[in-house]
Write a protein that binds this ligand. Structure first.
Ligand code: NAP
Length: 541
């Protein structure tokens, strides 16, 4: 039986920072990850076309000017391979590699209140005892299972975008089926279509997507950010953050509040069109927040919908096909997809769309995919069908508290956390950047830095005061869960009504929005304030 003060599960950006931070405070740390190297999603999701959709100059650690200045981001949106290299590099710079073991999944984690320790077992047969368990497993890490019958009979290759093989998969000259048109599918389709003999896209619903407008990082931008890094860092915690000079300028202005976005009806028609055109050229997520009431007023949202629909419709030559690629639901309510040449790829002779709502997939056969209407012969099937979001990685780790309750039991009516940092009933177990925190709606790098510092300070508080454990109180978690949902209702009610992975729907139809949607600017002061008040809402034993 090995022992460590803290076990950090996950070797993505969160795992790297938390391990570094806890080790800095003198704790012995063991890091565990099922992947083959650092990177988390950027290790597992290296499918063709995979790319970040936050500005790279911002999507990296910013707590140290020296560290920040050493790495260069040549593109606005770094691709997955570049990000994979960054994580490996930064893990070495921060000297955390020695703490981590790879190709290892935690399969059991149970809390003993007699020992005040978590007892872990891995799929490699290791047993580890630890006082603090820090789950840096991400919100989007556990792939959805593949439900189609017959996969075992398929003679070709298959892969999930979320578990792309380490040494890649050749798509050149092959016939490829791609199932799913969320962010992963939409990134993957044009990249595969560039060299495959044939691509058959199986779409259930189309999603809102706009051009990423990827481009080389403007000269001097990184140096300017580095020079001002401390204030940039703090600004990022306030919801602003550095931007590529031509990058997410509008987005940043809206979020940082240093320009005042106005309601759509405060502009003339010509002004609205000019703004929409400008935002289209800028790319990024700003399109959702361009007008002050774009997320609260359906009439304004429809202005954005109409503009984007017309732009994308014009990109596809076949009118009927174009209509099939255009969504109906309100703009930005599911995560907006930033794409590169997605719509244009359907103008290629080698790309075909199958609407699985019209002709559902029946089974996978030896030669490919059978729908109710046809057989599609392919050599490779790519499943871009998404994740068991938020809860998935916690379930897979086999976590149980003293009473045998799992996180799934605790979250039965929707995720229930205090600040997304702890679930009541699970002492000394922290989560980073998942349900109840800004999570998938914010720059994860900045979130992990903030949460890594907060958790390390909380752990230091436990140790300095001779406590055995810390836990979120039931009452505080209930109140926070209501705050999370209240913000969703107030700031983006349409998004909360959409069925998607960010919304938990109970059997009785009640809904809970899962991530905290008001941004780091609202989140950080609340979490800091709790700490200042002696960790209000947390119970120490
Ligand atoms: P996703 O958004 O959940 O999309 C899954 C896709 O698979 C959807 O089109 C879904 O159709 C389809 N699907 C699921 N089950 C299916 C079935 N049985 N038959 C047919 N189609 C099926 O997953 P994702 O694309 O992996 O993206 C998840 C999240 O990861 C994103 O929202 C984003 O936060 C993150 N991500 C980010 C990037 C990036 O740009 N940096 C890239 C990839 C992922 P329906 O829509 O009908 O459900």
């Amino acid at each position: 039986m090995e022992e460590a003060d803290a076990v950090v599960v996950g070797a993505g950006q969160g795992g790297i920072y938390h391990a570094y931070r806890l080790a800095q405070d003198g704790l012995s740390v063991i890091g565990i990850d099922g992947g083959y190297n650092f990177g988390g999603v950027w290790c597992h999701n290296r499918y063709p076309g995979a790319r970040v959709d936050s500005d790279s100059v911002n999507y990296c650690f910013q707590f140290s000017r020296e560290l920040y200045s050493k790495w260069r981001w040549p593109e606005r949106y770094a691709d997955a391979n570049y990000l994979f290299d960054y994580h490996s590099w930064v893990a070495d710079e921060l000297d955390v590699r020695r703490m981590f073991r790879f190709n290892t999944w935690v399969r059991e984690a149970s809390w003993s209140s007699a020992e005040h320790r978590w007892n872990l077992r891995t799929d490699q047969g290791e047993s580890i005892k630890t006082q603090f368990l820090v789950m840096c497993t991400g919100a989007l890490a556990a792939p959805k299972p593949i439900m189609y019958p017959g996969l075992e009979t398929f003679a070709g290759d298959w892969a999930q975008t979320s578990r792309w093989p380490a040494d890649g998969l050749d798509t050149a000259g092959r016939r490829v089926a791609i199932i799913g048109t969320g962010s992963s599918g939409v990134q993957c389709i044009p990249a595969v279509a560039a060299n495959a003999e044939r691509v058959v896209v199986f779409q259930r619903h189309p999603h809102w997507a706009i051009p990423a407008q990827n481009r080389p990082t403007a000269p001097g931008v990184q140096d300017a950010i580095a020079e001002d890094l401390i204030s940039v860092h703090e600004k990022a915690f306030q919801g602003g953050g550095p931007t590529d000079a031509r990058g997410s300028r509008l987005h940043a202005r809206v979020r940082a509040g240093d320009g005042t976005p106005r309601r759509a009806d405060e502009y003339t028609e010509a002004q609205r069109v000019a703004l929409l055109e400008e935002q289209w050229e800028l790319g990024g997520h700003g399109m959702t927040y361009l007008f002050a009431d774009g997320t609260t007023n359906i009439a304004t949202n429809e202005i954005v919908q109409k503009f984007v629909r017309e732009k994308n419709r014009a990109r596809v030559r076949d009118r009927r096909l174009a209509e099939k690629l255009l969504p109906e639901y309100p703009f930005g309510t599911k995560r907006l997809i930033l794409e590169i040449d997605y719509y244009e790829s359907f103008n290629q002779d080698n790309v075909q769309l199958v609407d699985v709502l019209e002709t559902p997939i029946v089974e996978v056969t030896k030669n490919g995919i059978r729908t109710t209407d046809a057989d599609y012969e392919v050599d490779l099937i790519v499943f871009a069908t998404g994740f068991r979001a938020f809860l998935g990685p916690l379930e897979d780790a086999g976590i149980r508290n003293e009473g045998g309750e799992t996180p799934k039991d605790a979250w039965a009516r929707g995720p229930r956390t205090l600040f997304g940092l702890m679930t009541p009933g699970f002492p000394n177990m922290f989560h980073s950047a998942t349900a109840g925190s800004p999570s998938v709606l914010e720059n994860a790098m900045i979130e992990h830095e903030f949460m890594g510092d907060w958790i390390a300070e909380c752990v230091a508080h436990v140790r300095a005061n001779g406590y055995f454990s810390v836990e979120a109180s039931e009452k505080a978690a209930d109140e926070w869960t209501d705050v999370v949902d209240m913000y969703a209702q107030r700031l983006f009610p349409m998004r909360r009504l959409e069925n998607q992975y960010m919304v938990h729907v109970n059997e009785d139809g009640t809904r809970k929005f899962i991530p905290f949607c008001a941004g780091m600017g609202e989140y950080v002061p609340r979490v800091r304030e709790s700490a200042v008040r002696g960790y209000e809402g947390f119970v120490f034993a």
